[in-house]
Design a protein around this ligand. Sequence first.
Ligand code: AMP
Length: 211
Amino acid sequence: MNVILLGPPGVGKGTAAKKMVEVYGIPQISTGDLLREAVKNKTDLGLKAKKYMDAGELVPDDLVIGLLKERVAKDDCRKGFILDGFPRTIPQAESLDASGIRIDVVVNLHADESVIVERLSGRRDCPKCGAIYHIKNKPPKKPDTCDACQGALITRDDQKEEVIQNRLQVYRKQTEPLIRYYEKKGIQKTVNAVQTIEKVFADIQKAVGQA
Ligand code: AMP
């Protein structure tokens, strides 16, 4: 089963993908994670991608498409995969089609923008162990300190208020048209992302089951 999770930044694609990994036993492929890894390792691609990511812009299609195809070609994707954060532009979707990578269902996670801004601007990350908190929904026991490793929590550059606004604008302009693109192909299903995690996941399972 090959699935795309579509939706604005902060809608919960990553959380949904992780549950799907558990239940369906297929890998989550997040181009955001792949890019952050490249930035961390200071690869050529990472050095090129960093300035776009810090500004909340999209990394150029050719860089991301290469990275994605390389990942999907790996053995663990033979039974299927969950694309989280790819495609983000029409050319990226066309490149998937052109390379013969079949997509069975596109789950479009929907939430109003005010909800997204609140979710994103309250997020705090632990750079040491990767734990994620939210000042309202999942606060750490001690302010700005990681429960697990006592590391100092940070707000990622791409989660600062002005960058969030830019990411949402980029989403509306470049990514939202994909909803129509997949609707026309008859494989797009919309799921309401403003529900409990359990309910969102139950709706995703229904959407995927109908595929
Ligand atoms: P994410 O973790 O999915 O929100 O991605 C973080 C950042 O990585 C985005 O704001 C973009 O700069 C970049 N990125 C991730 N996926 C893509 C993609 N498919 N196309 C272009 N840029 C991407």
